[in-house]
Write a protein that binds this ligand. Structure first.
Ligand SMILES: [Zn+2]
Length: 356
């Protein structure tokens, strides 16, 4: 099913700089917006450009500790004071920078706007490609993430009594979202990611399945390095559709980081636009209200093409070939057999640990 699709955009979402040499470049979203504009996407029936708002303190504190929010606000005003105990390291993954609190409030509020427009029935789906900051923990910044907008949105929806299915297809484990809902069955988290033995944050194994009433509602598909399109699609199809059918969510929330792309410099997965067209078409074909986010993505041309393609799929619009990868890698020989065997293990592990 396709239909009205919202795209949250404001130049202010693209202007903050973590550090000159930092791989996460919010400016990448400008290229996505420009490409979609050039292709006439926003002129199509069903397209809706949405303006972000700042998240409120209460919304941020649905997930984050008040002391942490206070520290981020201080770091934002005076980044040199020293905030290492909150996960903010000047030379580390998540450096404090001037204006970080305000930039993070806007990024988070952008996801909340997407959620609000979908939940009031105005749109079939809405996407905030500046969001998806899934590593932030309750009282600690981590992995380029300050405020965890996917967890905040899932929490707000759960507080309204909804059953939330969260599907994370970033190359990295969605550890912060998993941690926020580890002990509840009200949010089902499914993360497909590169095996934590080879990639940050080093978690996301099948045995991390939740506790108490949440047992079986944290699902992890740990994929081997070099996982290509055919292996990834097989894993996605084996896990995501059957578990969502079993869970019967009221709403679907997705994190669509594009760092599993074969050109990405930070990870070792090897998917192409083909996989993303498959996954996003599947999300679009579900009957659920759908809130989507971006996430990682460090090869800027892969980000530009893939996220543009995904939004066209959300609109039900044709995808021009210029957005697709011309020649995706396909594993052969011994590597093919190794990948396929490891993916079999990942699928069995995830399904074996999932709720019955
Ligand atoms: Zn990532």
């Amino acid at each position: 099913m396709s239909g009205r699709a919202g795209f949250v955009y404001d130049r202010r979402l693209t202007e903050h700089v973590y550090r000159a040499d930092h791989p996460l470049k919010p400016e990448r979203l400008r290229d996505v917006h420009e490409t979609l504009s050039r292709l006439g996407a926003f002129d199509r029936a069903g397209a809706a450009l949405l303006a972000p708002r700042e998240a409120t303190r209460a919304e941020i504190e649905r997930i984050h500790a008040p002391d942490y929010v206070k520290a981020v606000r201080q770091a934002s005003a005076d980044p040199d004071l020293g905030f290492e105990r909150w996960g903010l390291h000047p030379h580390g993954d998540t450096p404090p920078f001037a204006g970080m609190h305000e930039a993070s409030l806007l990024t988070t509020g952008a996801t909340l706007v997407a959620m609000e427009e979908v939940m009031r029935g105005a749109l079939r789906v809405a996407v905030n490609y500046s969001g998806g900051l899934h590593h932030a923990m309750r009282a600690r910044a981590s992995g380029f993430c300050v405020y965890n907008d996917p967890a905040i949105v899932c929490g707000v929806l759960a507080d309204r009594g909804m059953r939330v299915a969260y599907v994370d297809i970033d190359a990295h484990h969605g550890d912060g979202v998993q941690a926020a809902f580890y002990d509840t069955d009200q949010v089902l988290t499914i993360s497909l990611h590169e095996d934590g033995r080879y990639l940050f944050p080093g978690t996301g194994f099948a045995h991390e399945r939740g506790t108490g009433s949440g047992a079986g509602y944290s699902v992890n598909v740990a994929l081997p390095p070099y996982t290509d399109d055919q292996a990834y699609v097989r894993a996605f199809d084996a896990v995501v559709p059957p578990l969502l059918e079993r869970y019967r969510p009221d709403v679907l929330v997705t994190q669509q980081g594009i760092d599993p792309h074969f050109a990405d410099p930070l990870t070792h997965l090897a998917i192409s636009t083909l996989t993303r067209e498959h996954c996003v078409s599947w999300f679009a074909a579900t009957p659920h209200p759908w809130v989507a986010m971006g996430g990682g993505g460090y090869d800027l041309d892969a980000v530009r093409r893939t996220w543009s393609l995904e939004y066209l799929v959300m609109l039900g619009a044709p995808v021009p070939d210029e957005l697709r990868d011309a020649d995706p890698p396909v594993a052969t020989g011994a590597r093919r057999r190794e990948i396929d065997a490891a993916v079999d293990v990942a699928i069995r592990g995830a399904l074996g640990a999932a709720f019955a």
